[in-house]
Design a protein around this ligand. Structure first.
Ligand SMILES: *Cc1c(COP(=O)(O)O)cnc(C)c1O
Length: 369
């Protein structure tokens, strides 16, 4: 049996006809840049996330750069973030000329440790970028309390957490600005690159709208140096068709996760994902801590099961950040976790038969000793 880590074809088959019609409409209207579908999708997202403003842009990475610029983060400012995340989180900080300051994670949720944020604050600290890793929101109550105490801005990198909640509130709507990615492997995926910023602030929303068109307002008058980063009209049309399915897809992921919890809890060599009590996760990934991780990875792949290591190397020890002066041993939890994590298939359309095969194959590996 073959079980991919993610099967985009099944989703596509479901929405195919509507997507083709929607794309054709864009072609026929010839309004390729910021066409009406962009505003319509922004409105749908604003309602879905229960937030005042949703501003589309070209990618989740650009959303982070736009957010930092809107918050006027600049050279010599320090921005605190987690060392255990996708590269874009920290790369965007460098891109605006600021300095990423990394902190370690909690060993159970893999999310940033609020206590360690407080220890990393200096007079230069201007903001925190929180990541809601694998679809589980970080501890936003504690993080917002620290931000208020030290007067810091908060960006939520919610690329992996669309629709997830912390204490009943949508992830990405709690800090100053939340960012989303519609990269095809996220829970709501476009057919190419796409991203978005969320905010409850009218002032920040107005800035973000200007920043995505070179900071201009009115046309050809520039108050800021912005980006060329629009949400493509075709991608907006695709996403508008897919959004009504998102809750079902996330529910299915949660059910698939429950099935693993029920059937893998008797394997002492693995630790199943821990979910914080105040959180609703959307399981963008189902990530285990596994004994002999590399052996398990090889065994699953040999048996046609898609799996991946997110992430094999924390950011503080990446070559491009060597000038920041971090060394191995500085973030022991992330360093250890990166050697032990493995993500297994949890996509919405996975069948029980496929899940059983994944479960059996994991058990078989550890039974062999
Ligand atoms: C995917 C992702 C991004 C970047 O999104 P793109 O749309 O690929 O630019 C940023 N942060 C995190 C945590 C991500 O998972």
């Amino acid at each position: 049996m073959n079980v991919p880590l993610l099967d985009l074809k099944l989703q596509y088959d479901l929405v195919l006809t509507d997507i083709k019609t929607a794309i054709e409409k864009v072609f026929e209207s010839h309004r390729y840049i910021l066409g009406p579908q962009v505003k319509e999708f922004e409105k749908d997202m604003q309602k879905y996330c229960e937030v005042n403003h949703a501003i589309g842009c070209a990618s989740g990475t650009d959303a982070l750069v736009l957010a930092l610029k809107a918050l006027e983060i600049q050279e010599d400012d320090e921005v605190i973030t987690t060392t255990f995340t996708f590269f874009a989180t920290a790369g965007s900080i460098s891109r605006v000329g600021a300095k990423p300051v990394f902190v370690d994670i909690k060993p159970d949720t893999f999310n940033i440790d609020p206590q360690k944020i407080e220890n990393a604050i200096t007079t230069k600290t201007k903001a925190i970028i929180v990541v809601h890793l694998f679809g589980q929101p970080a501890e936003m109550d504690k993080i917002m309390e620290i931000a208020r105490k030290y007067n810091l801005k908060v960006i939520e990198d919610n690329a992996q957490g669309i629709g997830a909640k912390f204490d009943g509130k949508f992830a990405g709507t709690i800090g100053d600005i939340g960012t989303l990615s519609f990269f095809p492997s996220k829970n709501l995926g476009a057919m190419g690159d796409a991203g978005m910023c969320l905010t409850n602030s009218d002032k920040l929303a107005a800035r973000l709208v200007q920043l995505r068109v070179h900071g201009e307002n009115p046309q050809y008058f520039h108050k800021w140096v912005g980006l060329n980063s629009r949400l493509d009209t075709i991608q907006a049309a695709v996403l508008k068709v897919k959004l009504p399915y998102l809750n079902d897809w996330s529910d299915a992921r949660r059910q698939n996760a429950q099935y693993y919890y029920m059937n893998l809890n008797d394997v002492p060599q693995i630790k199943l994902p821990f979910i914080h009590e105040k959180v609703t996760s959307i399981y963008n990934q189902f990530t285990l801590i596994a004994e002999n991780r590399d052996g398990l990875l090889e065994h699953l792949r040999k048996n046609d099961i898609g799996c991946a290591v997110y992430y094999p190397k924390p950011l503080h020890v990446q070559e491009c950040f060597s000038k920041l002066g971090y060394k191995k041993g500085d973030m022991p939890i992330a360093e250890e976790i990166s050697q032990k994590v493995i993500s297994i298939p949890v996509f919405s359309e996975i069948t029980t038969e496929q899940q059983n095969y994944v479960i059996e194959t994991i058990k078989e590996f550890y039974a062999q000793g």
